[in-house]
Design a protein around this ligand. Structure first.
Ligand code: COA
Length: 160
């Protein structure tokens, strides 16, 4: 039988508990979830791709049917290569909608066979972004409970 594979793309700079929440929810729907680290030319990341991949790996240890990868180029081309039939994106607030709607429709135009599936994270994570986490950590605020332990450790080290 055909496997239902989803790609969960993002910059993950760094991965947060909101992302983990979405990954767990996706695993309830799909046979396999590929967490795909994407270069986003609009962002200047704090962590290198290797650091980000390492944190994702540690934070998702114990979760079955999860793969971690990095890609260049168009997301739909990557999804096709991986035989994925869906792209997972999180919708946290109305403010996410416009950008996500635009991306989903453009991706559909590029490849009509790949659907974008929107999932809502648990409300306790609905205000989280990677940028806000980095800002709190930079000013020595506590990010405990908002990011995996490995991420909190790496952030503390970066801003030592
Ligand atoms: N919990 C917490 N934070 C979340 C979240 C969740 N569930 N879901 C999203 N976010 C945050 C992210 O941390 C990120 O925060 P930041 O802006 O402070 O870094 C922000 O919301 C959204 O960014 P992210 O999910 O990383 O996506 P992105 O917008 O950086 O990346 C890509 C978008 C990678 C999917 C897109 O650029 C892409 O597809 N690139 C490949 C090239 C391509 O195909 N382009 C054409 C697209 S139509």
């Amino acid at each position: 039988m055909k496997k239902n594979i989803a790609v969960y793309p993002g910059t993950f700079d760094p991965i947060t508990n909101g992302h983990i929440d979405l990954i767990k929810r996706s695993l309830g729907i799909f046979d396999e979830v590929i967490i795909a680290l994407a270069p986003n030319p609009k962002k200047i990341p704090l962590f290198t791709p290797d650091e980000r991949l390492g944190m994702i790996k540690t934070a998702t240890k114990g979760l079955q049917n999860v793969k971690i990868d990095i890609f260049n180029g168009l997301l739909v081309d990557y999804a096709k290569k991986k035989k994925a039939n869906a792209i997972i994106r999180g919708l946290r607030a109305v403010s996410d909608f416009e950008y996500e709607f635009q991306m989903a429709l453009m991706n559909r135009r590029l490849d009509n066979k790949i659907e974008t599936v929107f999932l809502m994270p648990s409300e306790e994570y609905s205000y989280l972004t990677s940028s806000i986490i980095k800002e709190i950590a930079a000013f020595k605020g506590s990010v405990n409970g908002l990011v995996p332990k490995i991420v909190a450790k790496k952030l503390n080290k970066k801003f030592e």
